[in-house]
Design a protein around this ligand. Structure first.
Ligand SMILES: Cc1cc2nc3c(=O)[nH]c(=O)nc-3n(C[C@H](O)[C@H](O)[C@H](O)COP(=O)(O)OP(=O)(O)OC[C@H]3O[C@@H](n4cnc5c(N)ncnc54)[C@H](O)[C@@H]3O)c2cc1C
Length: 310
């Protein structure tokens, strides 16, 4: 049988690296499979201004490199490979990577959640250049500018209301007549003097010049008619998809696929822990993910002490 590790960490975002740092410093010799997108969601973004410790801000890629270096310095072993399968039915657990099986007493799942993008024409080129999926992260870059929010749920209303702190005007567009948002959130957005709502509209094409986003061509899905809107910022708020499919239902998730924490950071399977956006339907920030990574690592230490190394 192959060596049984104390802990395998799946995912290399802020949650994973922080867990790795803590478990490495606790001499647990952690092994990380960082995945196809090593460094996680922040690799997609340019400026991070809200992670404590960087008064001048820092690029996402640079920050993730530093988190990795810090954890590796204390002994975290990282492989930038995807976990394709897990088996939590018996202990030690089995984690399969490129056909090879790895064993561990504990597992931390920190595979994050993907923001759902629209897939409109010219969208990929403008991601991070005017088009965002996080108002808390990027709203402050759009001071006194006109911005668009896409979506009809509570998140869209919350993003739009938050953006009124910075933007001169916020237009919410929604494909349908009926909103999924709760009445209170909808009313707050509807009655805000800086917010305009346009129903039966979807983005067909993003417009841009050398400086970034300049607007969008909106389409009415009922008859295909179009209109142009001028904005320098756009926030897509149509939801997130947690990355939990590879778990194949072995830990309890909610109806959207987010892992449900049972006892602190422990999942429905004792010895399997989860941290970051993969469990977080509310905050979804680098610092909260890192905080949960720390919690999961400490929970793993206690769990190993009480159940394996006692
Ligand atoms: C464009 C953008 C800008 C943002 N800006 C900010 C900001 O300014 N400030 C802020 O606080 N937050 C920001 N966020 C949110 C922040 O990125 C997330 O909250 C944070 O990255 C979540 O960390 P995480 O560790 O939970 O997951 P992630 O960062 O999503 O990392 C998940 C990791 O899991 C790996 N993975 C997935 N599947 C597998 C698998 N099967 N096997 C192995 N590994 C796997 C991935 O490769 C990745 O490394 C932004 C998000 C986006 C999309």
């Amino acid at each position: 049988m192959s060596e049984v590790r104390n802990v395998i960490i799946i995912g290399s975002g802020p949650a994973g690296y922080t867990a790795g740092l803590y478990n490495a410093r606790a001499m647990l010799n952690p092994l990380m499979f960082g995945g196809y997108m090593s460094g996680g969601q922040l690799m997609l973004t340019t400026d991070i201004e809200n992670f404590p410790g960087y008064p001048e801000g820092i690029s996402g890629a640079e920050m993730m490199m530093q988190l990795r270096q810090q954890a590796e310095k204390f002994g975290l072993e990282v492989h930038d490979k995807d976990v394709s399968k897990v088996d939590f039915s018996s202990s030690p657990f089995t984690v399969t990577v490129e056909g090879e099986e790895y064993k561990s007493h504990a597992v931390i799942i920190s595979t994050g959640a993907e923001a759902i993008w629209l897939g409109a024409e010219n969208e990929d080129a403008q991601k991070g250049r005017g088009i965002s999926v996080c108002a808390t992260c990027d709203g402050a870059f759009f001071r006194d500018q006109e911005v668009l929010v896409i979506g009809g749920g509570d998140s869209a209303m919350e993003e739009a209301t938050f953006l009124t702190r910075f933007a001169s005007k916020v237009t919410i567009i929604h494909r349908r007549e009926v909103f999924r948002a709760s009445k209170v959130m909808l009313d707050r957005a509807k009655t805000h003097p800086k917010i305009e709502m346009k129903m039966h509209r979807q983005v067909k094409t993003w417009l841009s010049d050398d400086n970034g986003l300049t607007g969008a061509i909106l389409e009415d899905p009922r008859d295909g008619s179009t209109e142009e809107i001028g904005v320098t910022g756009a926030f897509i708020a149509i939801g997130h998809k947690p990355i939990t499919k590879f778990l194949d239902g072995q830990v309890e998730t909610d109806e959207s696929g987010y892992i449900v924490a049972k006892e602190h950071t422990m999942t429905s399977v004792p010895g399997v822990f989860a941290a970051g956006d993969v469990v977080d339907t509310r905050y979804r920030q680098a610092i909260t993910a890192a905080g949960m990574g720390c919690q999961a690592a400490i929970d793993v230490e206690h769990w190993l002490e009480n159940n394996i190394h006692n």
